[in-house]
Design a protein. Sequence first.
Length: 164
Amino acid sequence: MTAIHQALAPLVGLPFRCIGRATNLLWLQFGELHEVSDRRGGTKVVGDWAVHVQCPWRFVQHGKILAGYHDFYYTPDGDTPEDWDVVGKTRFDIAASTICTEFAKTPPVVASVQVDDVGGFSVHLSGEFRLDVFPDESDDTSEHWRIFQPRVDSKHFVFHETVA
């Protein structure tokens, strides 16, 4: 088992709860949800496990892309807003809202995780949903993705280099 597969293995069997963003960083929540304090003195809801993605990705079902990396940069009408980084205005924001609402009722469960030889992976979920993450640049100093437990003070597994 590779280090990447080992890092992602705890997701298997967990419900996939929600998808969202901070500018162009995709965040995903898995497991039970918990309310925690945030950096601004308020609270936020996090899962047992979180994955943050800063490279191309797509979320699919039945061969159809429901949301993808470039959706951060377009309105539902296909225009390019100047303030794409403001949450609520983009094609991604509309898709994420729909996905989170649907998954709040019946979350799909992670059935398996497949990894490739360059740091990419696919998370296969019940309901024929799939998340594909695929680093696409040769810069080995850029963070592509990370997995961590938001409520646990432990090291994050951070992928930032090409695996030989």
